[in-house]
Design a protein around this ligand. Structure first.
Ligand SMILES: NC(=O)C1=CN([C@@H]2O[C@H](COP(=O)(O)OP(=O)(O)OC[C@H]3O[C@@H](n4cnc5c(N)ncnc54)[C@H](O)[C@@H]3O)[C@@H](O)[C@H]2O)C=CC1
Ligand SMILES: CC(=O)C(=O)O
Length: 309
């Protein structure tokens, strides 16, 4: 049984009060996802400023916000890790690994012992590799350590489809899988709208699917070039998955988890509830899609081995 019996009694900790951490706190506050949010950052001044500012917004919410010590954060029901360096314009997510590995180790050490029923959510990049590290270092079962993976990329993909077909993004059943980065794979072959294969729609005839997928994969770079960081999309994503956890929704969303089929920590659709990941659901994929995922799994596996040895 999970420690979360009802949303009203649950607590979320957010480690890292920068652009992403504060946006996540704001989104979760506005949706009253949990009853209390704790925020921790080793930059105490920024942390205090963010908490005071968020407290001014809490009057429209039933959530309380305060600063939490690392040990208190380690006892939360949902622990979200955003602490880490962000990409500079043009930099890839993979290039952050060395800096963010060190930060992740110190964050996990500072929180230990972590509550045995907590769900640990990795947001800092490169998210698949950091999820793999956290699975090894946190002491929690694999089903309780997840990364936001390609949830955000899948949202971006659905919005791109929405613009072409004039249907709500919520009615597009299609996923970006594998890497939350340059090696991500769009699963066109089994994506559907209203039960009809996406690639059968007239609007997709003659469309360069690789180019459309590339634009989705480049969206983070476009935002970073324009405003220095992405924050609102990932904040919505984390509030969504936190609600899946607190309400035991078992919704199927693509997240970073250990995937036996590819023997690596990759992002695939999973059902998520109060106990964490209940099952991984592999979409139907064609040979080309599988080959691309296997190629990316090889790189992720090697990076995980390097950074957890
Ligand atoms: N998975 C996803 O879809 C997304 C991931 N990200 C990633 O999230 C991370 C954070 O991005 P931003 O918030 O824009 O960066 P930021 O620089 O605004 O904030 C990072 C915060 O982490 C804090 N921090 C660093 N080490 C710490 C430690 N040991 N303990 C506590 N706090 C610590 C810093 O003081 C800073 O306030 C980056 O790695 C970025 O690439 C960003 C957007 C989307
Ligand atoms: C920065 C990042 O990982 C994103 O917005 O997708």
């Amino acid at each position: 049984m999970s420690g979360i019996s009802k949303r009203g009694g649950s607590q979320m900790a957010i480690i890292g009060a920068g652009s992403v951490g504060s946006a996540i706190a704001f989104a979760c506050l506005m949706r009253s996802v949990v009853s209390e949010i704790l925020i921790n950052d080793y930059d105490k001044k920024t942390c205090e400023g963010q908490v005071l500012d968020l407290q001014d917004a809490a009057f429209v919410s039933s959530t309380n916000v305060r600063i939490g010590t690392p040990k208190e954060c380690g006892q939360s029901d949902i622990i979200v890790i955003t602490a880490g360096a962000r990409q500079r314009p043009g930099e890839t997510r993979d290039e952050l690994v060395q800096r963010n590995e060190d930060i992740l180790r110190s964050v996990l050490d500072g929180m230990k012992p972590i509550k045995s029923t907590a769900i640990l959510v990795l947001v800092a990049n490169p998210v698949n590799i950091l999820t793999c590290m956290a699975q090894k270092l946190s002491g929690l079962p694999l089903s309780q350590v997840i990364g936001t993976g390609t949830h955000l990329d899948s949202v971006r993909f659905r919005v791109a489809i929405k613009e072409k077909l004039k249907v709500s993004e919520m009615s597009v059943h299609g996923y970006i899988v594998g890497d939350h980065g340059d090696k991500q794979v769009a699963i066109w072959s089994s994506a559907t709208v209203g039960g009809r294969p996406l690639i059968a729609f007239e609007e997709f005839q003659g469309v360069d699917l690789d180019e459309t997928a590339k634009k989705v994969a480049r969206k983070a770079y476009a935002i970073i070039d324009l405003k220095g960081a992405t924050s609102f999309g990932i904040a919505a994503v984390v509030s969504d998955l936190a609600l899946c956890i607190t309400l035991n929704k078992l919704a199927v969303i693509p997240l970073s988890v250990y995937c036996e089929r590819f023997d690596a920590c990759m992002s695939f659709p999973v059902s998520l509830g109060s106990n964490g990941v209940e099952r991984v659901v592999y979409p139907e994929m064609n040979e080309r899609e599988i080959a691309l995922i296997e190629e990316s799994a090889k790189i992720t596996r090697a990076a995980c081995a390097k950074y957890t040895s």
